[in-house]
Ligand binder design. Structure first.
Ligand code: HEM
Length: 337
């Protein structure tokens, strides 16, 4: 959670959330709270009309409370950012750009302070829990399947070596790692359900769906459907390796329809590429640098009931043992030529 939160903060405002004054803890707490509230919010959306009729307003107080707390934290961040703006290298992060447009009287599209804060809440929320849980699930699968851990190590050691850390730019040369992340997201999609509301009535598969219907697409079930996936309940990264495919083009087309961890269409996740790269790099570094010891033989892969984000019922607990004696450096080696 800390890694992910700091990465998102760095991208948004060019710095990590401060650990010293409790800011980071507050932001992380609010993300978790918002996740819990979202479930209620969806339920409220479904039940709103009948309950409104009898005068019950669901969760309004809780929502307003979370919203006010987010507002407080973000307002403080905005004020501090503006005060320190001279120290920043101008124009490098999202906050610089947004504040520039906010202060521009002649801007074609006027944005308000609330727009900036809402966008940040969106990004904190959409990009924190998803990414955090994805890393946990995938690491748990790797630890439970020692042959995969070995295979990843071999690949990383031969492509990256043992004297420097994996970089994002190594990922295209690490097909097993990429396939492992992909398989992890298939079996444990952090966002298992996606919603759509019909703007107008239409007929699908012989059924008439009226305007304003809310459709819940169960991506989790689709990605475990035995009609589309061989051994759907098994963790088998090799299914995504090109060499194990018979007719690659058909497979790729089919995959677009049945592989949905990031949703699909116009409202699909805009952070999908970022998530793929960041999750891949984080998993790669963890496999490269540590052995992972657990109590017992296997990690319990049960899912926690009733969560919006797919969460492990028993959070991953393990001991990290540094793997290599050669000091690993994060410096990118630049060829002398
Ligand atoms: C492993 C990580 C992630 C997963 C599995 C994931 C998954 C999803 C899914 C399934 C949706 C709904 C798509 C649909 O309705 O078709 C979504 C929406 C969204 N995601 Fe992600 N996401 C991840 C990471 C991120 C990151 C890192 C960001 C940005 C920092 C992000 C930003 C968003 C936003 C803004 C939306 C709403 C898009 C819209 O409504 O138009 N996500 N994500």
């Amino acid at each position: 959670m800390k890694l992910v939160n700091n990465t998102v903060c760095q991208m948004i405002m060019g710095r990590s959330c401060s650990e010293e004054n409790g800011e980071a803890e507050r932001v992380r707490g609010l993300v978790t709270k918002t996740d819990a509230l979202t479930k209620k919010f969806i339920l409220a959306g479904i039940l709103r009309k009948p309950l409104q009729k009898i005068g019950i307003s669901l969760f309004k107080k809780e929502l307003m409370d979370a919203s006010c707390k987010f507002n407080e934290v973000l307002e403080k961040i905005l004020v501090e950012y503006k005060e320190k703006v001279e120290e920043h290298h101008q124009g490098t992060d999202m906050m610089d750009k947004l504040l520039e447009v906010y202060g521009d009287e002649k801007a074609e599209y006027k944005i308000t302070r609330d727009h900036i804060k809402s966008l940040f809440v969106d990004l904190f929320f959409a990009g924190t829990d998803t990414w955090t849980h994805a890393i946990q699930w995938i690491m748990a699968e790797i630890i439970n399947n020692s042959y995969i851990l070995e295979r990843l190590r071999e690949e990383i050691d031969s492509v990256v070596g043992k004297t420097r850390l994996i970089q994002e730019t190594d990922l295209p040369n690490l097909p097993c790692l990429q396939a492992t992340v992909k398989e992890g997201l298939r079996l444990h999609p952090p966002v298992p359900l996606v919603l759509r509301t019909f703007k107008e009535g239409c007929t699908i598969g012989g059924f008439y769906v009226p305007e304003k219907t809310t459709l819940v697409v169960n991506g989790y079930a689709m990605m475990r459907d035995p009609e589309y996936w061989e051994d759907p309940q098994e963790f088998k990264p090799e299914r995504f390796l090109a060499s194990s495919r018979s007719s690659q083009n058909d497979e790729i087309r089919d995959e677009l329809l049945k592989y949905l961890p990031f949703g699909n269409g116009r409202r699909a996740c805009p952070g999908a590429n970022l998530a793929d790269i960041s999750v891949g790099t984080a998993i790669g570094v963890m496999v490269q640098c540590f052995d992972w010891e657990i109590k017992g033989d296997k990690i319990n892969m049960d899912e926690a009931p009733g969560k919006i984000t797919l969460t492990m019922a028993h959070p991953l607990n393990c001991t990290l043992v540094p793997r290599t004696l050669i000091p690993v450096t994060s410096t990118v080696q630049i060829p002398s030529s």
